[in-house]
Design a protein around this ligand. Structure first.
Ligand SMILES: [Zn+2]
Length: 146
């Protein structure tokens, strides 16, 4: 329904009714015009709020950086994060990842992100441990033919 059209015709009708001295009818039309006006105001407020939300999402999207695994927020020189890729892609939510020893964990979707090895010199394992590792059992044992 076109509220603008309704108001335009409503105002004119009220004017005509007043000129004809039909004040009761004019009053009734004015009352419905007021209701219509209040509804339009409410709708306008809702649209304004919606617009602000969309602007906030767009603003956020501009600051979000993807490192191939997780998201970071670039706020000026400050870098915040990391945030869960799955949660942001799915819900648009920036969920902070919790750092563990070798990985980051999302407490929302329980997703795990490996912490990449540092580029610096790799830590040397003690000699005894290194030889022990050579003798470890293979992870995948081939099944015997039936
Ligand atoms: Zn997540």
């Amino acid at each position: 329904m076109s509220s603008t059209l309704f108001q335009a015709t409503g105002f004119k009708r009220t004017l005509l009714l007043c000129r004809e001295g039909k004040f009761r009818e004019a009053e009734a039309v004015l009352k419905s015009l007021q209701d219509e006006f209040l509804a339009v105001c409410e709708e306008n407020e809702a649209l304004k709020t919606q617009l602000q939300e969309v602007a906030a999402v767009l603003d956020l999207a501009e600051k979000v950086r993807f490192d191939g695994q997780k998201y970071w927020l670039a706020d000026g020189d400050e870098k915040k994060g990391p945030y869960c890729q799955v949660c942001y892609d799915r819900e648009g939510l920036l969920v902070n990842l919790q750092q563990r020893e070798n990985h980051w964990e999302c407490l929302s979707c329980r997703g795990l992100y490996m912490i990449p090895a540092k580029n610096g010199a790799p830590k040397k394992r003690p000699a005894a441990l290194r030889t022990a590792l050579k003798k470890t059992i293979p992870l995948f044992v081939e099944r015997e033919m039936m």
